[in-house]
Write a protein that binds this ligand. Structure first.
Ligand code: AP5
Length: 209
């Protein structure tokens, strides 16, 4: 039977968001990206957004309790979900364990060099949230989303110094979750340095095995 309660781990730019959009469609899951929710809160100027913005701009993690409160309300009652970008610390993983059991944790591996290269070339659509890259599905100078015509933009945290810091933060705070979930028998490991279709097929195979 297909996994219904899924977590995606992996460094910044590994392809979590790109794959999450396809996997939730294929398996009928609810997609919860903590990064997307935080960016919406920042754009709305909410109390949470105001607290989170400085951490996000520096590529630091937003404090655990703010994130745990934000997530718990959003997955309560969901029968199938894909958590993209949560948990990111052992504290968040322990809190999640009290809220729900999991079926699988997929970690997408990608080297620092490839992360830096990819994120410098990422563009995102303000209207539909589509994720693109100047290296393979956008042309330099293209400003309209190929999917919906919305405005493409570069994320504030996709600058070289902040990308490097996000990778450091990943190694320090989030990478320990790989061992954490391996010990619990939940970990599924995927290479992120193959094309998007190849990564998708491998994830689907692991989640439906
Ligand atoms: P968040 O938005 O979660 O950022 P992230 O984890 O750094 O991940 P990204 O969204 O940058 O990358 P991705 O893996 O989704 O890659 P994508 O699919 O876009 O978090 C942002 C910030 O919010 C954090 O820094 C923190 O401050 C805060 N935050 C969020 N969650 C938090 C939490 N739980 N606790 C505390 N703070 C939290 O792909 C990247 C690029 O690569 C794209 O251009 C894409 O087209 C391309 N690409 C994708 N797959 C491939 C492939 N196979 N081959 C070639 N190119 C590819």
């Amino acid at each position: 039977m297909a996994a219904k309660r899924v977590v995606f781990l992996g460094p910044p730019g590994a392809g979590k968001g790109t794959q999450a959009k396809r996997v939730v469609e294929a398996l009928g899951l609810k997609h919860l990206s903590t990064g997307d929710v935080l960016r919406e809160e920042v754009a709305r100027g909410s109390a949470l957004g105001l607290k989170a913005k400085g951490f996000m701009d520096r590529g630091e993690l937003v404090p655990d309790q703010l994130i745990i409160d934000m997530v718990s309300g959003r997955i309560a009652g969901a029968t199938g979900f894909l958590l993209d970008g949560f948990p990111r610390t052992v504290g968040q993983a322990e809190a999640l364990e009290k809220i729900t059991a999991l079926d699988a944790v997929v970690t997408i591996d990608l080297s620092r060099d490839e992360v830096v290269r990819r994120l410098a070339a990422r563009r995102v659509c303000r209207a539909c949230g589509g994720i693109f890259n100047l290296t393979f599905n956008l042309n330099e100078g293209e400003t309209a989303c190929p999917a919906c015509g919305g405005e493409l933009y570069q994320r504030d945290d996709d600058t070289p110094a902040v990308i490097e810091n996000r990778y450091d933060v990943y190694e320090r705070s989030t990478a320990p979750l790989v061992a954490y979930y391996r010990e619990r028998g939940l970990l599924r490991r995927v290479r992120g340095d193959v094309g998007t279709d190849g990564v998708f097929e491998e994830i689907l195979r692991l989640l439906t095995a």
